[in-house]
Design a protein around this ligand. Sequence first.
Ligand SMILES: Cc1cc2nc3c(=O)[nH]c(=O)nc-3n(C[C@H](O)[C@H](O)[C@H](O)COP(=O)(O)OP(=O)(O)OC[C@H]3O[C@@H](n4cnc5c(N)ncnc54)[C@H](O)[C@@H]3O)c2cc1C
Length: 385
Amino acid sequence: MTLDAESFSLLRASVQRFIDERLKPAEDILEETDDVPADIVSDMKEMGLFGISIPENYGGIGLSMAQECDVVYDLGHTALAFRSVFGTNVGIGSQGILMDGTEEQKQAYLPKIASGELIISFALTEPNAGSDAASLQTKAELDGDHYVINGTKRFITNAPRAGAFTLMARTGGPGASGISSFIVPADTPGISLGKPDKKMGQRGTKTCDVVLENVRVPAANIIGGVPGVGFKTAMKVLDRGRLHLSALACGMAERLLDDAVAYAKERRQFGHPIGDFQLIQGMLADSRAELYAGLSMVRDCAQRYDAKTPGKSDPEVSMLASCTKMFCTEMVGRVADRAVQIHGGAGYIAEYKAERFYRDVRLLRLYEGTTQIQQMIIAKQLLRD
Ligand SMILES: Cc1cc2nc3c(=O)[nH]c(=O)nc-3n(C[C@H](O)[C@H](O)[C@H](O)COP(=O)(O)OP(=O)(O)OC[C@H]3O[C@@H](n4cnc5c(N)ncnc54)[C@H](O)[C@@H]3O)c2cc1C
């Protein structure tokens, strides 16, 4: 799946224009309202952003992973909450259906996901199952031709906006092989939402608990129609998501670096712009070199991802995606920290974006597998028989 080069360069140019002309000027609105303005969301739908990763025959734009990473890198140059509105449709919410769904499920859901008519969330994490997702406790019990689902999902991105969830629940015994992935419409009786989570950063993103009490879902809503393979689906989805987040981290690192360079040129101390001082130059240079390394990893790994068999996981590519996610998300943390330092006291003041982005990027090292989980995946592959 790939978009031809000419159409892709037109798309990318229009996304870049949208970021500069519409998103960057609205960054403060996110902070003030803790939401993304409705007119921006409708422009995103019109541009096709909800469907960039979905093939054209299901109503999407059909970008390759490498192309998606380029677009997401661009989107990283502004507040991360903008991308989050359609991030679950592009990534963790939709990809399970695309990779492992039946043709009927793909036809029923993907066109609505691609257009943005339906927001879809990914519900794996629970109060007692985070990094150890295979220990999840949400139960789905067969009753005739339906499953009855009970449990609580935690920190679910876009849950307050969602029309459906891809949701992992236990249909069998303990461990990963007892887990199935379901498509659960959000208006199914028995689903309720917790209060919105108050977060460290990324104002404008929405997360909350999803509580399921005797939620009846047709057995036909198991992704792919096969129980017991839902954990594998979830892991394949997360592999892919790790590259997407890595590209986002690199985009934000470049934005932070651009802001730091501009400040270093303008701010004067001791009769000179602070950019004249070698200690400041060292911080800028370290950030630039690390960004280059991160972006090179993203581009290399995305190409490897595109070269493997679609929908199948390749342990080597998964391991490299973990290396990339670990490096890029840690890297943007260091770049953000230096950007605050270069801004001096102003870096601690909300009026300057370094303060806000410093908080925003902290999440990237936590979700879709913490840095420690990436280390475990990398080491497991290195030490395998
Ligand atoms: C804003 C936000 C949005 C999110 N969106 C979603 C979403 O849309 N869908 C979804 O399903 N989930 C979502 N999550 C959940 C997220 O993926 C989890 O928070 C994350 O996987 C970590 O799980 P946990 O919070 O339970 O931490 P824990 O697993 O409790 O980890 C706590 C600490 O222990 C470390 N640790 C755990 N196990 C080990 C080990 N074996 N070895 C070494 N260290 C270890 C971790 O790295 C971490 O430092 C979101 C979270 C946040 C904060």
